[in-house]
Design a protein around this ligand. Structure first.
Ligand SMILES: [Zn+2]
Length: 373
């Protein structure tokens, strides 16, 4: 039996559920910290666990190039390699081939590209992407797709989505089902309701353990993204988890959860943690700002992570000014802890049937002191 999904409660379109996998349970809505190259940057696996994170993401593109999927398999799989026995979701590699590699050439069967590391030539097809994710021992495997560029005309989006649906079928054919593992398909279709609906229908017919919404958070803006969710989510099967890829800010997460999305990943909290940006219950701060130099309070009094329970904002400010590596470590820890507590709060609010009221409280907290991003 593949992974299962049970709903505990709904509040409007929002859902609280549980995904049972071979590597443990995931309570949704859930935010997945991004562990690009077998590590959530600047964090130990214990630190990631301490935030309550139940699942992390790994990037197929990075891991296939270095250290190589076959090597990870020989070393016992990605769970063992990175000391993360819990669930791992891997992306298909397609998005990063398009954004990072050199001299890439797409055809109807896949994409040939040069590594951004050493220029070596590689080829990614739906079957090879699924094989790599199998070698990594991903709990959740993503189908290979083409992330339709934004903006795209209706014609461009239609051609790209048709290709992605063909690759979704080939991905399904290549996937080897195992108990507690699953394969997710990815809805494309850019900003066009008819294409999103056709894509969702095509994927549902093939049949996946979960459904991702791709091609968003690529420059369309929050209002457009929410519009796409409004006309896409109702076409996804209610009994399967829904995953919005690459999203987003805390406010994006509230909006998407309230529209019925269950799973998220984004580099934002980890990247921000390395660049002195703190996500807190009182908004977003840049800790390099001189106003923190004498601030003896924690960066977020509502947070119990080590950065907040044992250090002052002034100390974090000092670490970043002095370019000490502990600064990015502590602030990444805090940002991931904040995102996890945000998602737990959203889940509790759905269970209690008060998501709208809870969202209003969160937004009021951010508005109290938020700086311009
Ligand atoms: Zn904290």
């Amino acid at each position: 039996m593949s992974l299962t999904f049970d709903l505990q409660a709904t509040d409007g379109a929002a859902r609280a559920g549980t995904i049972q996998t071979a590597h443990g349970a995931i309570q949704t809505p859930v935010f997945m910290p991004v562990g690009t190259a077998g590590t959530v940057k600047a964090m130990t696996a214990d630190a990631v666990r301490s935030t309550g994170a139940s699942i992390v993401l790994g990037n197929t593109y990075h891991l296939m190039l270095r250290p190589g999927a076959e090597r990870v398999a020989r070393l016992g799989g990605l769970h063992k390699f990175m000391d993360w026995p819990g669930p791992i979701l891997t992306d298909s590699g397609g998005f990063q081939v398009m954004s990072l590699s050199k001299l890439r050439k797409m055809d109807k069967d896949g994409v040939t590209f040069q590594s951004h590391l050493d220029g070596a030539s590689h080829r990614l097809t739906p079957a090879r992407s699924i094989e790599i994710q199998h070698l990594l021992d991903a709990t959740i495997t993503m189908a290979l797709d083409e992330c339709t560029p934004f903006p795209a005309t209706h014609d461009q989006a239609r051609i790209s989505t048709t290709l992605s649906m063909d690759w979704a079928r080939r991905s399904k054919d290549a996937f080897i089902p195992r108990p507690g593992y699953g394969l997710f398909g990815i809805v494309q279709g850019s900003i066009y309701p008819d294409l999103r609906e056709q894509s969702a229908a095509a994927l549902t017919e093939i049949g996946f353990e979960g459904y991702a919404i791709g091609g968003l958070a690529v420059g369309e803006g929050q209002a457009e993204m929410f519009k796409v969710l409004d006309f896409t989510v109702p076409h996804l099967p209610a009994g399967r988890p829904r995953y919005l890829m690459g999203v987003g800010t805390p406010d994006d997460l509230i909006g998407a959860v309230s529209r019925g999305v269950d799973m998220f990943d984004c580099v934002m909290p980890t990247r921000a943690g390395r660049t002195a940006r703190a996500y807190t219950s009182k908004g977003v701060f840049n800790l390099r700002n001189a106003r923190f130099a004498d601030d003896a309070a924690p960066i977020d009094p509502a947070c119990d992570c080590p950065a907040c329970s044992r250090h002052t904002a002034a100390y974090l400010h000092h670490l970043f000014k002095a370019e000490e590596m502990l600064g990015p470590m502590l602030l990444t820890w805090h940002n991931i802890a904040y995102y996890q507590s945000l998602m737990r709060g959203l889940r509790d609010a759905v269970l209690a049937g008060r998501l709208d009221a809870h969202a209003a409280e969160l937004r009021a907290g951010w508005a109290s002191t938020e700086e311009p991003a």
